[in-house]
Design a protein around this ligand. Structure first.
Ligand code: ADP
Length: 248
């Protein structure tokens, strides 16, 4: 049941670093079209979880099922990316000397191979898709601006747009609100909610106001397993959650 109803299913996943259990029998189910926020104190295992999903870290035990029966733990990072799992890191990896629009175009063409260039012709559908992405990431007006000249928040959005150009089924986002202004943080919540209408999104985030703004189900990680799950109000009222946050 967990398998058929889920897009992503981590089943009893453990990862040790020198005997220290970063993930400890972690099980987690993300539904198709669901946005989930992952929170938890430093060292809870959030980054390790993302690393396991993307194939950067291989678990010692456990299975990660994607879209039914594909076992991600048997695949390498490139194969997992090709299945449609995109990850946005905190540090943007945009092409600084290219415009916003051309960054999206290059990313759209990238699946065709490492030699994608702006000289390859786009068809009308692809051109429309670029315009659509620029709207989603709120950068239509900045389409001809060089990436180097964007604000910190706008760059983060551009990178989300570059991931969207690759049409992921699942988008993993590490601390999207870090370093953003309040206005940018608010816009980011809105645009992620828009994206979550067509793909599943997993967001790791420390900023509780941002998580509240998302209004989605929250999973609290602690010592490599799930401590609590539910709405932010529900988990914040859980005394064990309060303890792990205040106890350090
Ligand atoms: P979070 O992202 O929730 O802060 P992490 O997944 O980064 O937590 O880390 C979980 C635990 O695993 C931490 O105690 C961290 O020190 C340890 N850890 C993570 N990566 C490594 C590594 N490559 N080598 C050794 N220990 C690691």
């Amino acid at each position: 049941e967990k398998l058929t109803g889920s897009l992503l299913y981590l089943d009893d996943v453990s990862v040790s670093f020198d005997g220290f259990k970063a993930l400890n029998a972690l099980s987690l189910v993300i539904g198709p079209g669901e946005m989930r926020a992952i929170i938890g104190p430093n060292g809870a295992g959030k980054t390790t979880m993302m690393d396991v999903i993307t194939g950067k870290t291989r678990p010692d035990t456990g299975t990660v099922y994607f879209a039914g029966t594909t076992d991600l733990t048997k695949l390498d990072e490139a194969e997992i990316a090709n299945l449609g799992i995109g990850r946005k890191f905190q540090r943007p990896t945009t092409f600084e000397s290219q415009t916003v629009r051309d960054n999206i175009e290059l990313s759209l063409k990238a699946p065709r191979g490492p030699f994608a260039t702006l000289f390859h012709k786009l068809d009308d559908d692809q051109r429309d898709r670029i315009d659509e992405i620029l709207e989603t990431i709120r950068l239509t007006e900045q389409r001809d601006t060089l990436a180097a000249n964007l604000s910190h928040g706008q760059r983060q959005w551009l990178e989300i747009g570059m991931l969207l150009a690759q049409e992921p089924q699942l988008l993993l986002v590490d601390e999207p609100a870090a370093g953003m202004t309040d206005a940018e943080t608010e816009q980011t919540a809105i645009l992620l909610k828009e994206i979550a209408r067509t793909q599943s999104v997993v967001v790791v985030e420390h900023d509780m106001d941002f998580v509240r703004g998302l209004g989605v189900k929250v999973t609290v990680l602690h010592e490599g397993s799930v401590l609590a799950e539910g709405s932010l109000d529900h988990v914040s009222a859980d005394s064990r959650v309060v303890e792990v946050y205040l106890g350090r």
